[in-house]
Design a protein around this ligand. Sequence first.
Ligand code: FAD
Length: 593
Amino acid sequence: MKNFKKKMLQIFMSAIFIGGLATSGVTINAQDSGTFQGEGAGAHGPIKVEITVTDGQLEKIEVLEQEENELLAAPAFESLPDKMIADNSTDVDVVSGSTETSEGLIEAVNDALKAAGISLVAKSNSEDAEDDNGEVTEETYDVVIIGAGGAGLSAGIEAADAGKSVVLLEKMPVIGGNTLISGGEMNAPNNWVQENLGISKKDSVELYYEDTMKGGNNVADPEIVQILAENALASAEWLRDEVGVEFYDDQLFYFGGHTVERALIPKGHTGQELIIKLKEKADSLDVVTLVNTKAEHILQDDSGTVNGVQAVDKDGNELIFHANDGVIITSGGFGSNVEMRKEANPEYDEAYLSTVTVGSTGDGLVMAEEVGATLTNMESIQTYPVSNPETGRISLLADTRFDGAILVNQEGERFVEELERRDVISKAILEQTGEYAYQLWNDELDQISNSKELHEGEYNELLESGFLAVGDSLEEVANHFDIDPEALEETVEKVNEYAEKGEDKDFNHRGGLHSLENGKYYLMKCKPSVHHTMGGVVINKSTEILDEEGNPIENLYGAGEVTGVIHGENRLGGNAISDAITFGRIAGQEIAK
Ligand SMILES: Cc1cc2nc3c(=O)[nH]c(=O)nc-3n(C[C@H](O)[C@H](O)[C@H](O)COP(=O)(O)OP(=O)(O)OC[C@H]3O[C@@H](n4cnc5c(N)ncnc54)[C@H](O)[C@@H]3O)c2cc1C
């Protein structure tokens, strides 16, 4: 928060200064020239830049160091330096979807300018205001897809593979949606890694079906869940063999609520591996992907058959995409739309931060409703228990929980089974003092999860913000958060005893507790944050979107988080990627028939 305030103050001050100079027409520091370095705070660590200024004109901005998400940050790194140079100003708009990277980059340039004592004089940017000729652009494809996340890309690939011309509309400057920022972990029963680890016999399609139904309190559509259970492995194999996604061969995730470990892990433990490879595959099949293109309405002919999409580009120009074979909605959930959240379930108001991208605003639901679709299960909103208390971001560093890290409260006591369902853990956390909890692990666990190395940016950020304490003794980390060290030591003694005996007498930890006898220790403060919206459109087994009478809306399909019949009241970890890929593929195949 301190950094953010400082950053805003710098931007504000430079805006005032630049504005004042521009109106007075005075050129100050025109002799200023040189190469200077500066630093700003990005989303995952410092952004370091080197700028070149000649006679008060910004001529070059070079990013020397950064740890940002490659795909998400790209639009900011690609466009902002040019914009700042063109305007000779740092008073530029942040790039939507790359807000923190944009702010960090601007802060770094301001920092370099400040160190050099240079004040830029902004150029008039009236030439930027291009005339909008008000013309509507029209294009025709066989298939129009709304939303370029995992479901949209999978649908596009399948439709294109079947010979259809496909356009993917993406409203953000970068594709990928939540799939991109996800852990990318994906459940598949009887998968090859289970075989490698000798546990495949423990799993089955039936068991996966049962876990998924039970995990959602048995309110999901059994027919659709059965399709997921039967096809999840084929989806994973398709990703591996046809799309080229690399999964680790010797590791699985044991997400809460599952009876066995069954979640495959993509290289790097993030959805970036999925999105990069899906995009490459889509490109190879000539799928047209348009970013900064926001779908606004579904179009129908006189008989009600869906035949296109009305959209708008970033300059506000209207675009019409005619669709010969139909439209697939894959626009994801609505976790970032607080108003929609409150309408669906008043409990999830502004007090909740969220883990999801800013693009998750439920547009597809609004568009589908406009053409008669029925929505279901909207009140079911999931929180992720272990998230950053200040930003709401999911903690991937805390994935050590899946290998045996424990959760304790302010009193230093465990209060829930750490591999329980997300809704159960979240609820339990909100019942503790202060409505937060702490996750504790040690170096041995960190090495098993390879957590610090994989998520170094988050690690540094948490340390700096004070939400993570690292120390050689339990006393040291407990003191950081004013937890009674003796109480924490007592809890850990019990955990060590249970780990040795292989029996957790307090909470029956299904994965088996891990001894925390040896340091170093990591204690991280956490809070639940809105993570997944289980509600959405109703689809049938062909992914056709249904109207209020339960009839398909002709030529309108849906897949992924925009649908509401798969996860019931609570989605199990690793099931959303399986869902998005499986039903995205089905939608692409069905629309091409
Ligand atoms: C931090 C995080 C970690 C996660 N980790 C996992 C995990 O490890 N395993 C798992 O199974 N699940 C995970 N999930 C959940 C999972 O990532 C999502 O549910 C899933 O990726 C949704 O896929 P999708 O294709 O339906 O939607 P998204 O991937 O969200 O894609 C939807 C796209 O539609 C675009 N869009 C929206 N409206 C419009 C419009 N009007 N016009 C054009 N485009 C539009 C959005 O910008 C977005 O790009 C995680 C979620 C988060 C937030």
